[in-house]
Design a protein around this ligand. Structure first.
Ligand code: HPA
Length: 277
């Protein structure tokens, strides 16, 4: 299941035709519970994912499915509200389209957000976690397939995947706003099942601090293509076995809503730093 270059190019063409002037410096992908981040951006124009070949609608509650050409802190931004997931069974191409659009229209930075379960026992629901590194436990890698040099080298280096200077700027932004912030390792599985307590115990031993079902494929692609990558998780629940309660998608949305003012304040303080390129 490799990336479909033809669909990616059609997606690029459709957006470039509708917004010929768009030259985003950065792109932001809103994960579960992050949609209302859109409120702090100045939206220039918006299109539905249905207008972008290959992207389609997410079908996941809480994922709006719209792309906005937006601005914040002087940074022209593509704001993707809604993300496609591997567990939808549609392969890597819809997941790759936001990254492809951002890079093909000139963006140098990609900012990924998600909801995640807290594995680290010192984390609480509602914490925000800067992703410092990841463990890829998704079934495969979006770069599997014949080599396409537009996605970078055949064997991309991943030693500084989550850009160190962006992470420092995020810590500084949180500090400026007076909010504490965690930093840790994110592990992703395919989903759609949540994990078992035994799996969570194993991932803690392996060094994971939070678990989710997304972000890693986009981060792999953008890093390989030479973009700077940052990712922020909202710890929407304690992972299976850490919390005695069963997990639910409703809890994810509820916790994110409580954390939203903090998420907005930190992103608002951080975003102008992306103008430095
Ligand atoms: N596991 C996997 N994905 C998640 C979780 C979780 O506990 N919470 C939010 N997304």
């Amino acid at each position: 299941m490799s990336l479909d270059a033809k669909t990616l190019n059609q997606a690029h063409r459709s957006v470039a035709d509708i917004w010929p002037e768009a030259r985003p410096a950065a792109a932001l992908v809103c994960g579960s519970g992050w949609n209302d981040l859109g409120q702090i951006f100045n939206l220039r124009e918006t299109m539905s994912y249905d207008q972008i070949p290959g992207l389609g609608s997410t079908g996941v509650e809480g994922h709006a499915g719209q792309l906005s050409w937006a601005e914040l802190g002087g940074v022209e931004t593509f704001l993707f509200q809604g993300r496609r997931h591997f567990y939808e069974g549609v392969g890597w191409t819809p997941i790759a389209i936001p990254v492809h659009l951002a890079k093909s229209l000139g963006a140098s930075s990609l900012f990924l957000t998600n909801a995640a379960g807290g594995i680290n026992e010192s984390y609480a629901a509602g914490d925000l976690m800067i992703v410092s590194d990841h463990l890829n436990f998704m079934p495969g890698n979006p770069l599997i397939g014949s080599h396409d040099a537009s996605w970078g080298p055949r064997f991309p280096d991943q030693s500084n995947l989550y850009d160190a200077s962006l992470r420092a700027s995020l810590r500084e932004a949180a500090d400026t706003c007076g909010h504490s912030i965690q930093e840790g390792v994110y592990v992703a599985l395919s989903g759609p099942t949540f994990e078992t307590p035994a799996e969570i115990k194993a991932f803690r031993t392996l060094g994971a601090d939070a678990v989710g079902m997304s972000t890693i494929p986009e981060a792999i692609l953008a890093n390989a293509a030479g973009m700077r990558v940052a990712a922020l998780s909202c710890i929407s629940n304690l992972a299976a076995g850490v919390s005695p309660d069963p997990l639910s998608h409703e809890e994810v949305a509820e916790t994110a809503a409580v954390a939203m003012p903090r998420m907005q304040a930190i992103i608002e303080a951080f975003w102008p730093t992306l103008a430095k390129g």
